[in-house]
Design a protein around this ligand. Structure first.
Ligand code: ZN
Length: 166
């Protein structure tokens, strides 16, 4: 899937959870970074002709380690043990990326190195993916407007309290 579709889905998840976490900025930054992370294997593919990346090609060709829940869960547990403040954001965004990719024709190997592939009917860049992107984008915009309205009302409420005290 395109990164814009992954980002639209992650922004939706961020908007759902951001009010329930203590450090909001950290949550947003880690979630966005974790959305990009699984696709570093495909980014390297353009560099595949360089000998230095031969080792990484192993993962690239097979859409392996980076697109697996084995990796996602392992890193999430490490974060939960050593940097708990970012564990949830990482797991949420990374696993949503994997779930979305598992519906593509290419699919993923969720329990890498176990070889079984989980795949679906969505073609990367096809009509269904465009539909998913537009759906989440509209939802994101709707929720952002909703939050702005809530903030405005909160401020009005505070302003009213202020004037009633004066
Ligand atoms: Zn991906």
């Amino acid at each position: 899937m395109f990164i814009k579709t992954h980002l639209a889905i992650t922004v939706f998840a961020i908007l759902l959870f951001v009010n329930h976490v203590s450090s909001k900025l950290l949550f947003i930054i880690v979630a966005l970074a974790a959305t990009f992370l699984p696709d570093i294997d495909t980014a390297f593919s353009t560099l595949g002709k360089f000998k230095g990346f031969r080792f990484l090609q192993f993962f690239i060709r097979h859409r392996g380690l980076f697109h697996s829940f084995s990796f996602c869960i392992f890193v999430s547990i490490l974060f939960a043990m050593f940097v708990p403040s970012i564990a949830f954001a990482f797991f949420l965004a990374y696993s949503l990326h994997l779930v979305a990719d598992s519906f593509t024709i290419e699919g993923i190997k969720p329990f890498w190195p176990y070889n079984k592939t989980s795949s679906g009917k969505i073609r990367t860049g096809g009509k269904i993916e465009t539909g998913i992107f537009v759906f989440f984008l509209l939802f994101d915009i709707f929720m952002i407007i909703f939050y702005i309205v809530l903030l405005l009302f909160d401020n009005l409420y505070l302003i009213n309290i202020f004037f009633s005290c004066v």
